[in-house]
Design a protein around this ligand. Structure first.
Ligand SMILES: Nc1ncnc2c1ncn2[C@@H]1O[C@H](COP(=O)(O)OP(=O)(O)OP(=O)(O)O)[C@@H](O)[C@H]1O
Length: 255
């Protein structure tokens, strides 16, 4: 669980995060949405410990980040998995090499222990025959699975995903969303996903945080977001004609 209490972040005179308070629960897929420039990435970087908010606190399972020693901060970072936009795999390494990389960097495991762990996570993301392939030799959806396997190989308590569906076709995007949700539940991870994808909101939005101009404009679940009268949220959600039609059908069904 991550508790965020009134965090503020500025760059020079630009006040970007203006006091955000929320809670992200364990075992749930938590989504951050909002217009471009609303502060989602800055917020995610604060949660990752890459930016320090000037005010407020971020508490990871009862431990406030600001109260940790440097060693404790390093340990906490090793409990965080990250799926980057565009997968960010190492092109010159095989699938196996990519997934093994965090274990080689941060653990003292023997080669056979590492290989066992790599096999386990690759099987978990349904990639059993790709160990010796290079990223350029596999599809975008498979690359994303490798990125997820790498993010969970250290058995993280927290999983952060930045636009995990970018560049994927809608069908593959749904499979990736489902995989992230299953893994979140299975390993009881606190998962936070930065997304623009309304399909993801509908599919896996167990908790949705809507940011606007560096503030929390709205929060709720995927069921609540379609019923809210908050104008900023409805403008965002129904910005496409398809979703306008879905809302109309929903309202007609209700009446
Ligand atoms: N390192 C930085 N230094 C100065 N300003 C920054 C920095 N990082 C972000 N900003 C500013 O903070 C604001 C919010 O940016 P952020 O990247 O968080 O938006 P976002 O909601 O993630 O947008 P998008 O959906 O387009 O990725 C922007 O005005 C941006 O220019």
């Amino acid at each position: 669980m991550i508790e965020v209490n009134d965090i503020h972040k500025s760059f020079g005179k630009s006040h970007i995060l203006k006091g955000i308070t929320t809670v992200f629960e364990k075992g749930k897929t938590n989504l951050i949405i909002g217009q471009s420039g609303s502060g989602k990435t800055v917020f995610l970087k604060c949660l990752l410990g890459l930016f320090s908010p000037e005010e407020g606190s971020i508490v990871y399972d009862g431990k406030a980040y600001s109260s940790l020693t440097e060693n404790e901060k390093r340990d906490l970072r090793q409990e965080m998995g990250m799926v980057f936009q565009g997968s960010a795999l190492f092109d010159s390494m095989t699938v196996e090499g990519n997934v093994k990389f965090p274990l080689e960097m941060f653990t003292k495991q023997s080669n056979s222990e590492m290989e066992d762990r790599v096999n386990t996570v690759l099987a978990r993301v349904n990639l059993v025959d790709a160990h010796n392939k290079f990223p350029a030799e596999i599809s975008g959806g498979m690359q994303k699975r490798v990125a997820i396997a790498r993010a969970i190989v250290m058995n993280p308590k927290y999983l952060f995903c930045d636009e995990p569906n970018s560049g994927l076709d809608p069908k593959t995007a749904i499979l990736i969303d489902d995989l992230i949700k299953e893994i979140t539940e299975e390993y009881n991870i606190t998962t936070i996903i930065n997304t623009h994808d309304m399909n993801s909101v509908m599919q896996i939005g167990e908790k949705i945080l809507f940011l606007k101009d560096g503030l929390k404009e709205w929060e709720g679940t995927k069921n609540e977001i379609f019923k809210t009268d908050n104008e900023a949220v409805t403008n965002f959600v129904y910005s496409s004609d398809l979703f306008k039609k879905v809302r109309q059908m929903y309202i007609e069904e209700r009446n």
